[in-house]
Design a protein around this ligand. Structure first.
Ligand SMILES: [Zn+2]
Length: 73
């Protein structure tokens, strides 16, 4: 019962209108090129992403890799 709220250490997702807590921080450039439809709220070099948006990002990069490897055949 002694644990203090650590709100100041929690980063929020860098996607506009997303209020989730960020789990990862990624290069803003990479996120923008992978998910151009996302509106990022700050223009720093790194953008924090929540679980959901990180999942989206990972899924997208996976898909692109799959497409890339297919086109090499
Ligand atoms: Zn998010």
């Amino acid at each position: 019962m002694k644990h203090k709220p650590r709100e100041k250490e929690e980063k929020h997702c860098g996607v506009l209108d997303c209020k989730n807590i960020a789990v990862r921080s990624l290069s803003a450039k990479k996120v923008k090129s992978t998910l151009p439809d996302l509106k990022l709220s700050d223009s720093g070099k790194r953008v924090p992403l929540c679980k959901e948006h990180y999942k989206q990002f990972k899924k997208k990069t996976k898909e692109e890799r799959k497409l890339e490897s297919l086109s090499w055949k």
